[in-house]
Design a protein around this ligand. Structure first.
Ligand SMILES: Cc1cc2nc3c(=O)[nH]c(=O)nc-3n(C[C@H](O)[C@H](O)[C@H](O)COP(=O)(O)OP(=O)(O)OC[C@H]3O[C@@H](n4cnc5c(N)ncnc54)[C@H](O)[C@@H]3O)c2cc1C
Length: 393
């Protein structure tokens, strides 16, 4: 039986970060992963450029049953700490929008940096390890794979969530928590496209590819960003963001003109171009293909704008700024960026990420019930929670 001080399950962002920190403290540390390479999600994140953090990251950007839990880790390992590490490795990056930092070149730069940090600290990594069992006796954990039994004093569970099963995602982290008597909150796909009801699909799939700035609202939460029509439903950053707050059966309220007061715009156009048809006028503000669909759906009648009195203009403006969709569901874990829910934070110490009722067992990253918004916040949670556990495990 091989003996280690620390075994980390999962060679993703959180697992690698906790392993690096543990090894820096002189702990003999091994990372096990079921895949062929480390950091697979990092490699495909941010369209291949990894949105590795957000300069505005704060606890307000996270969903959790206990919104206070993430504060400790996020304040002890901040976005500025990770940015300093990226700079130390000379990785070129840029702010894309809303504080989101992306690699200029490739997400591989981040994975290479983590590999080098592992090498420097002396972390061992064993890949293609299918973990079959974990047991605990006499203060030691035994991790069993078909190849080998290994024991350790501290076990860090960094198995991630359920999104992208074809990239190795499993429910093993949640199972381990339950095995040791920890509560696991219900999970669901988040940061995920929403799908059409059949009737909407018939209408809107023809305009797939159309994208426009909107605000998307569900359950009193509003996100201003772009929205994209697809063959299956609605996507784009505004929709991915709101999907974390949307529940089946809820309405989605879209403001199709978030940047301009639509009533004012229509009144001005009426003054300037009284003989122009509404279709022409609305096409100045919205994608033409969308305007044609709205006409087909009788959201407005195509007539000269001079025919509309003030109340009719206000009604039209209201209908376009409160356009209601009732999505059928989400695209699920196949395309979701993250999993909402997971290991109940009440079971963990926010200072160390250790299970309160199971000494030596730590949970970090996405497996925990802390989920960030779109925009680099999920990696920041992975770095911060991994870093914290690495100081104690
Ligand atoms: C397409 C996509 C793009 C994304 N882009 C961004 C982005 O740009 N910015 C951002 O902040 N977030 C992004 N995210 C979210 C981010 O990738 C995750 O929140 C983050 O990777 C979670 O890190 P983690 O270490 O907790 O888990 P993971 O990265 O999921 O790592 C868990 C690892 O554990 C392994 N594993 C699972 N079960 C077992 C088992 N039984 N035995 C052994 N190994 C196991 C998995 O194979 C995986 O390698 C994106 C997600 C996706 C899917």
């Amino acid at each position: 039986m091989q003996q280690w001080d620390v075994i980390v399950i999962g060679a993703g962002a959180a697992g690698l970060f906790s392993a690096i920190e543990a090894a820096k403290r002189g702990r003999k540390t091994l990372v096990l992963d079921n895949g062929k390479r480390i950091g697979r999600k990092i490699l495909m994140s941010g369209g291949g450029r990894c949105n590795f953090t957000n300069i505005y990251a704060s606890p307000a950007n996270y969903l959790s049953q206990n919104p206070h839990f993430c504060k400790s880790a996020l304040s002890r390992y901040t976005q500025w700490d990770f940015i300093a590490l990226v700079q130390q490795y000379g990785i070129a990056y840029h702010e894309k929008t809303l504080g989101q930092l992306f690699c200029d070149d490739s997400a591989k730069d981040i994975v290479d940096m983590l590999q080098q940090e592992c090498d420097k600290a002396g972390v061992s990594i064993a890949l293609q390890q299918d973990i079959q069992n974990v047991s605990f006796a006499d203060g030691l954990y035994t991790v069993t794979t078909p190849q080998l039994n290994r024991s350790c004093q501290s076990l860090v569970v960094a198995c991630g969530g359920l999104s992208l099963p074809n990239l190795g995602a499993t429910a093993y982290g949640f199972q381990l928590a339950e095995q040791f008597g920890l509560n696991v909150l219900p999970v669901r796909a988040a940061l995920v496209p929403l799908t059409w009801q059949p009737a909407d699909k018939a209408v809107f799939e023809e305009i797939s590819g159309v994208s426009l700035p909107v605000t998307a609202q569900a359950n009193d939460v509003v996100f201003p960003e772009d929205m994209l029509f697809t063959h299956r439903g609605l996507s784009g950053p505004a929709i991915l963001q709101i999907s974390s707050f949307w529940q089946p059966g809820d309405e989605l309220i879209i403001n199709l003109s978030p940047q301009q007061d639509l009533n004012q715009f229509l009144l001005e156009q009426q003054q300037k171009h009284p003989d122009q048809e509404l279709k022409t006028i609305l096409s100045r503000l919205l994608p033409k293909r969308l305007v044609e669909k709205l006409l087909e759906l009788n959201v407005f009648q195509n007539q000269a704008i001079k025919a509309l009195h003030g109340k009719a203009i206000q009604r039209l403006a209201d209908s376009l700024t409160h356009y209601v969709f009732k999505p059928n569901g989400t695209e699920g874990y196949r395309t979701a960026e993250v999993t909402l829910g997971g290991v109940d934070t009440n079971e963990l110490s926010s200072k160390t990420m250790e299970a309160k009722k199971q000494p030596g067992l730590y949970f970090v990253g996405e497996v925990v019930d802390v989920t960030g918004w779109l925009g680099g916040y999920n990696f920041q949670w992975a770095w911060a929670s991994g870093w914290v556990a690495g100081q104690y495990c």
